[in-house]
Design a protein around this ligand. Structure first.
Ligand SMILES: [Zn+2]
Ligand SMILES: [Zn+2]
Ligand SMILES: [Zn+2]
Ligand SMILES: [Zn+2]
Ligand SMILES: [Zn+2]
Length: 1209
């Protein structure tokens, strides 16, 4: 087939690429950049000395950013090219930096207002793993990809495109999967569905966050701003901005936070305060601001560049809010443009905007739609413009008409080549693909009538038998995947799309990616000759024949395809020209949109415009048009310098940077750009401090208990505690820890690596999860505990372990397990920190991320009341000097407070006895029930002795695991445990159940233990309520698993509802059951023999062995006891004198000691096994029902028992 790209092929690769002047580069990379053999190394970026000129400064910033955004793709394409030199394409697989997609074909186009968006399908055969798209970061919107044709393989063709969207339904869930993309150059567009392409994606490098900044820097080069002198580092004198110099009298009455009835006397002069002459207002005593906050606020108001450092918990956002209040008051009084506020994350931005709404600043405009808050959603551009009536706009109407014209022209073009009709000979004639005489021969009268009959045109008759459905020719390449580890890790949180800035960021954009859709698909085709592959040369030769009907019949299929391909080539040329027009119309339409939005902001008297720092550049056109004077950046030390600099519109007079350069730094894609000499991870905030720019630090922290703050004091020596955190009322001690609110747990358990190359530490995770469960049992709600870790891999393991832990089953929604990087700016009552890194014995010390002081500072400063650190501290101290200096400080923070005991582990103090227990190993937790190792020894409300170890949970909330053995209507003893509905498998009892059911005597729905307890007058605790919610609604479906208890209702409940019977249980309907003899002992004897025979047959074991294994069920005092695999020696007569199971065997501690009891509890109801006789520490405060997911390994145990069931009964 002909290649359709000769016309648009890019320049060939060369090792040295001379790029045009940076100020005129398009934002998307050129093909020549991607095909370059060497990276474009950017200039050095010094961060400790001033810049000589703005030109050099911006040039450097631009080149670093461009390199960061495009180098990943260049590298990936280059390594793909190198790899294909020595191996065939199908032997090259994805690796840790590159994803390869083959059999890429275009399936259609959507002519949206954003531009033409192409749908492509692709194969994942180069990926060794099955991809879980909902969790995968592959092909996320905004990623750049490089495409080439299969034949060219990046020799000269390189088409750059960006992913626009990757819908799961009808997209990625298809086989082959599909995504939507946009070509960087409209003339690169492909419309031939038969053209096979290869697509390369880099895993390093997300483009969308950089593309707008690249344009913004070009804009910034064209204009000047009063802030330039500070940015260059050549000026550091405090200077008030012009608009404050002109109007220094400000209304600061919002600083008076006193409330009361009657309203307190206003502070004199506060409403007319000259911020320059009068300095800081004296409001201490009347304001909630502390002194350092007040000073910072004054600085923010009165200087062009204000830098405010807010260490953890010092109320940065509070100062920002107070600043905004004064600015809005000033703006309302004297007029002026809206104030722009921005933060790196949507979360931080929304926090600030919500506080503004709370402070009655409601004229807010939120740019970008990634807000989770419904209150903020009402303030998005989209929502605000719904109500707005815009004046008629002639140029917009004109452009819209032009766009429609373009669409219909393209539609006509596409209809000629695609659709269910055969090619129109007229189209071939008009494009000179066939001659007039060929045309005439085809339009022969004799065949025309048949052709018209079918509506297919003359080619129908000409092709005859050679006409076939096109899909018959398409190759099928459904990919089969190997089962991967990725697949095994189920139940992971879905990939958070909020993490990335999307191309379609808000509802407005969603509208913009809709439009007219055209499918690129041939319905009919010509059958290629059977004896040869379809050869274009043979077909070409045949086309010299002027009478087309003279062409050999067997060849006509190939000739038809040749004609169609030529027509498609001509169509592509025309279409690309039209698409180029279309794109330029779309760009102009976007400008009209900006004009409309500016109008809206003015008309709706917008006080504050909020967006993320990426939004600052993405909406640059609109924001610049508003001519803002003040720009407030929250989390400024985490913001890339380029984002701020490219947002310094000429109108901006005041820049307020609020952040903390000791916490997280800006992220960049390439680690080699982050450090010296390119310093891409050094923020403007940090650089200004390096350059001795004046700044204010907030000093009073209101988050951490003093002992927690102490750990931080080496990093923030000036930080002091607000009285609030010193009071036990506000910061109570952690229950179950005996006043030890922080602790460092040191271990040497080795780390491992998962398939994503992320580290995890299984034993550390298990230790943390046991401790977590302990805290929950002691009354700390799961939602008040955050587990922080350095590695994604560990997050997954922690979540898996949490979901397995029986004591916290049913609370999955509450679990907060996060990486440190995603937790800046957030806090919780209790934080458990997992360091993960711990080399195997004989391996070198290695710490990775742990050596980063910024991350460590964030990690140790998130907790309000309790902070517990788990890790291999020796490793952190030994790895190298940087790591030593960092972790020695943290170690000392704990050690000086006697909060570490390496040899003993971590101490717990039970609430009941105040006993101290030390946990050193995962196995130490054994059957810990949330207290010490003493036995509880109390009597349960049901009359059974409690056989648990010391526990803080009330007995009412614990399911009793003792055998019930209540005498039932059938005369047998109950087979189950006390905490379960009574059960006997005999026919009589089953019939009784069936009758009871028929009479509808069973409650219309099951009642949970929790509900029952409420009915019995228990205090409606949070836990009870939660338990009840969890169990509703309940289904009445009978459980099909024989012997498994059906619900969590207690025996008492059943008794009160339906006497001695119980609810529906489907039994195994074997013939044995229907003929169940009345004499249970006779039956037992049968079974015994049966089983003996089975075992003897299976293992040729002697009969004495069998007797050891099996003990017959017998009746003792009218109760059925024993049976099953184990000897039921402990069972004595009657209930009252049931022995304490001191002599009972211990349950197997492995594989999962803590969860075995649950399995035992459930299976023990049927088969009195070794588990049923001992205490069953079912610590789940919520009675387990079928609606509670049971961890996989628990189910395994159950199945094992099911096997026994057949034999034992
Ligand atoms: Zn105790
Ligand atoms: Zn107890
Ligand atoms: Zn009991
Ligand atoms: Zn019972
Ligand atoms: Zn019975």
């Amino acid at each position: 087939m002909l290649t359709l790209f000769q016309s648009s092929a890019e320049t060939t690769a060369s090792s040295v690429v001379a790029l045009p002047d940076w100020t005129s580069l398009p934002e998307l990379p050129l093909a020549s950049e991607i095909l370059a053999k060497q990276p474009q190394i950017p200039p050095d970026n010094p961060v400790t000395k001033p810049w000589e000129s703005k030109e050099v400064y911006l040039d450097t910033q631009y080149k670093i950013l461009r390199c960061d955004a495009t180098e990943g793709l260049r590298h990936s394409v280059r390594s793909y090219i190198e790899a294909t030199r020595c191996r065939p394409t199908d032997k090259i697989y994805d690796n840790e930096s590159t994803c390869i997609y083959t059999r890429v074909r275009v399936k259609g186009v959507t002519l949206a207002r954003m531009g033409p968006i192409f749908t492509i399908e692709f194969s994942l055969e180069q990926s060794k793993f099955r991809i879980l798209w909902q969790q995968s970061r592959r092909l996320i919107p905004g990623t750049i990809v490089a495409l080439t044709t299969k034949g060219d393989n990046f020799k000269s063709i390189c088409k750059v495109a960006t992913i626009v969207q990757r819908p799961f339904k009808d997209g990625l869930d298809q086989n082959p999967p599909r995504v939507d993309l946009m070509f960087a150059k409209p003339e690169d567009a492909v419309i031939d569905p038969d053209l096979e392409m290869v697509m390369i994606e880099s895993r390093e490098g997300y483009f969308e966050s950089a593309r707008h900044a690249l344009l913004g820097l070009q804009q910034a080069a064209k204009t000047d701003s009063p802030l330039d002198k500070y940015i260059l580092g050549s000026y550091n004198v405090d200077t008030p901005p012009n608009f404050i110099k002109e109007q220094p009298i400000m209304d600061l009455s919002s600083l008076d936070h006193r409330t009361g009835d009657p309203d307190p006397e206003p502070i004199e002069g506060l409403a007319q305060h000259d911020v320059i002459k009068d300095g800081i207002p004296s409001v201490l005593g009347a304001t909630l601001l502390d002194e350092s906050q007040l000073q910072a606020l004054h600085r923010a108001i009165t200087t062009e560049l204000a830098i405010i450092q807010g260490p953890p918990g010092t109320g940065k956002t509070f100062v920002s809010l107070e600043y905004l209040k004064t600015q809005v008051a000033h703006r309302r009084k004297h007029g002026g443009p809206p104030i722009i506020v921005s933060a790196t994350t949507n979360h931080a931005l929304d926090q600030l905007l919500l506080q503004c709404l709370g402070a009655n600043i409601t004229n807010i405009l939120r740019l970008g739609g990634r807000t989770k808050s419904q209150d903020i959603k009402a303030h998005t551009l989209f929502q605000r413009s719904i109500l707005e009536k815009f004046p008629a706009n002639a140029s917009k109407d004109y452009l819209e008409r032009e766009r429609k014209r373009c669409v219909s022209a393209l539609k006509e073009l596409f209809e000629h080549v695609f659709g269910d009709r055969l090619i129109d000979p007229n189209a071939l004639l008009s494009t000179n693909i066939i001659t007039q005489s060929q045309y005439d021969s085809l339009m022969d009268d004799t065949v025309e009538s048949t052709a018209t009959l079918n509506g297919h045109g003359p080619f129908m008759a000409w092709l005859g038998d050679n006409l076939i459905k096109d899909e018959a020719l398409r190759d099928r390449y459904l990919t089969q995947y190997e089962l991967s580890e990725v697949e095994a890790l189920q139940n992971l949180p879905e990939f958070e799309e909020e993490e990335v800035e999307n191309i379609a960021d808000d509802e407005e954009d969603q509208v913009r990616i809709r439009g007219e859709r055209f499918r690129f698909e041939h319905v009919w085709s010509g059958k290629p000759p059977a004896d040869m592959t379809r050869s274009s040369r043979t077909a070409e030769k045949a086309l010299r024949e002027q009478d087309l009907f003279q062409i050999q019949r067997g060849l006509r299929g190939a000739v038809y395809q040749q004609l169609r391909s030529k027509l498609l080539q001509r169509t592509t040329e025309k279409a690309n020209a039209l698409l180029k027009q279309y794109v330029s119309i779309c760009k102009r339409l976007k400008d009209c949109k900006i004009a409309r939005e500016t109008h809206l902001a003015e008309k709706q008297c917008i006080d504050i415009v909020g967006c993320t720092t990426t939004g600052l550049t993405k909406y640059r056109g609109f924001l610049a048009e508003l001519q803002p004077r003040t720009l407030l950046i929250e989390e400024a030390a985490e913001t890339r310098e380029v984002d701020i600099v490219s947002a310094l519109y000429p109108s901006v007079q005041q820049l307020v940077l609020v952040g903390d350069h000791q916490q997280l730094t800006p992220k960049c894609n390439l680690s080699w750009l982050a450090g010296h000499p390119f310093n891409a991870s050094v923020s403007l905030f940090q650089r200004m401090i390096n350059l001795d720019m004046p700044f204010r630090m907030l000093k009073e922290q209101r988050r951490m208990k003093p002992e927690l703050r102490y750990i931080l004091s080496e990093f923030y020596p000036n930080l002091v505690d607000h009285p609030l955190v010193e009071s036990l009322e506000n910061r109570p001690d952690v229950p179950g820890m005996g006043c030890r609110n922080c602790w460092l747990f040191d271990h040497t358990w080795p780390e491992e690596v998962n398939s994503d190359c992320s580290k995890f530490n299984r034993q550390e995770a298990q230790m943390i999860v046991h401790f977590y469960a302990y805290l929950v049992l002691n009354g700390t709600p799961a939602s008040k505990i955050t587990i922080l870790t350095y590695y994604n891999g560990q997050c997954k393991v922690l979540l898996r372990e949490l979901r397995r832990h029986p004591s916290i089953i049913g609370q999955e929604k509450e679990f907060i397990v996060r990486t440190i990087d995603s937790y800046q700016g957030e806090e919780n009552d209790i934080v458990l920190l997992s360091l993960v890194r711990s080399p195997k014995e004989d391996s070198a010390w290695k710490v990775g991320f742990l050596e980063d002081e910024h991350r460590a500072v964030v990690a140790i400063s998130r907790a309000r009341r309790g902070f517990y650190l788990f890790g291999n501290i020796q490793n952190a101290l030994h790895a190298h000097d940087i790591s030593f200096h960092l972790w020695a400080k943290i170690w000392n923070g704990f050690a000086e407070q006697e909060c570490v005991q390496r040899s003993k582990g971590i101490p717990l103090v039970c609430e009941a006895h105040k006993h101290e227990v030390w946990m050193k190993d995962v196995n130490d937790w054994g059957d810990n029930a949330g207290g010490c190792n003493s036995q509880c020894g109390q009597t349960r409300p049901c009359g059974h002795p409690c056989t648990l170890k010391c526990h803080p949970t009330r007995h009412e909330l614990l399911r009793c695991g003792q055998p019930c053995r209540e005498k039932l209507v059938c005369g047998h003893g109950c087979e189950r445990n006390c905490g379960q509905p009574c059960m006997c498998h005999c026919a009589q009892f089953q019939e009784f159940i069936a009758q009871t059911q028929a009479k509808e005597e069973v409650p219309s729905r099951r009642i949970s233990l929790a509900e029952r307890m409420l009915q019995m007058g228990a205090a409606p605790s949070e836990m009870l309520q939660q338990s009840i919610e969890m169990h509703q609604p309940l289904s009445r479906q009978p459980n099909t698993r024989p012997g498994r208890f059906v619900n969590g209702a207690t025996r008492q409940m059943i008794q009160s509802q339906i006497g001695r019977s119980t609810m529906s249980i489907q039994t195994r309907a074997s013939s044995k059951w229907t003929q169940f003899p009345a004499n249970i002992q006779q039956h037992d004897e049968e079974i015994r023999q049966e089983r003996a025979a089975e075992i003897a047959a299976a293992s040729k074991a002697s009969s004495t062995q069998i007797n050891e294994v099996y003990q017959p069920t017998s009746l003792v005092n009218g109760r059925r006891v024993g049976g099953g695999r184990c000897v039921n020696q402990q069972v004595k007569h009657g209930k009252a004198d049931d022995p304490a199971p001191a002599s009972a065997p211990e349950p197997e501690p492995e594989p999962a000691p803590a969860s075995a009891p649950i399995a035992a509890a459930e299976s023990a109801g049927v088969v009195p096994s070794e588990f049923s006789l001992i205490s069953i520490p079912v610590l789940t405060p919520i009675p387990a029902t079928t609606s509670v997911p049971i961890p996989a390994h628990v189910c395994d145990v159950e199945h094992q028992f099911e096997g026994d069931l057949l034999i034992a009964l």
